[in-house]
Design a protein around this ligand. Sequence first.
Ligand code: 5RP
Length: 269
Amino acid sequence: MDWGLQNRLNRIIKPADNRTVMLAVDHGYFLGPISKLEKPGETVDPLIPYADALMITRGVLRNCISPAEDLPIVLRVSGGSSVVGENLANETLTTSVADAVRVNAAAVAISVFVGSAYEHQTLANLAKLVDESIEVGMPVLGVTAVGKELEKRDARYLGLCCRIVAELGAHFVKTYYCDEFEKVTASCPIPTVIAGGPKLETDLDALNLVHMAIQQGAVGVDMGRNVWQSDYPVPMIRSVRAIVHDGASPTEANDMLQELKHAGETQPA
Ligand code: 5RP
């Protein structure tokens, strides 16, 4: 791997432990102003000290995040459909690699919709993006999107998606946790991070999800709603970090969460 590309990837997936806690706030690109992300700058600001990278669109980055922040940016560069439109899978490249370089992105992210009517189009988008990105040493994150069909999230389907993303040249892949997740990571030759998906009933449910994914081969998370839709976003991301980077069990991480909650900690130490 070229020095610049590897260096960018190392800023996201920390070489000290080969792990990452990415914070995803790109949801508005197809969902609009969803709950707790109405003012993304205010949501993100207290979480920045605890995130290894921020997944975001160029519009929110330029308007809501200070360029003084020293946080690797994973720039979402695909989109073009909305939750009220005909088909979420009908995505195109919405941001050029030149603009990703201009905002000093550490990686670019694109969704693929395997098995959808737009499978070929979104996989071709990925291949084109890889060709253009490697020219400038920019890693590509492939996102195995499922649109509204959450029931698609089984190991056979996600294993297929992750493997295709890797075969087309992406440098890391974001997918969902599922039963037999170890089969997904075992057959995927690039690092895997998991999305959290819609907010789970409890914070402990989300911590369990993170722990199971790490135990079964994920290098980390690229999580959004289960962090910033929690009633305690800062304690939550710190507890996620404890699992991902410090090997905490879900119980230990949950104890930490309760302590931070009771200490009234909502701001960085
Ligand atoms: C949408 C995305 C989101 O960033 C992703 O879903 C992560 O956020 P969450 O943990 O809320 O699911 O890539 O395609």
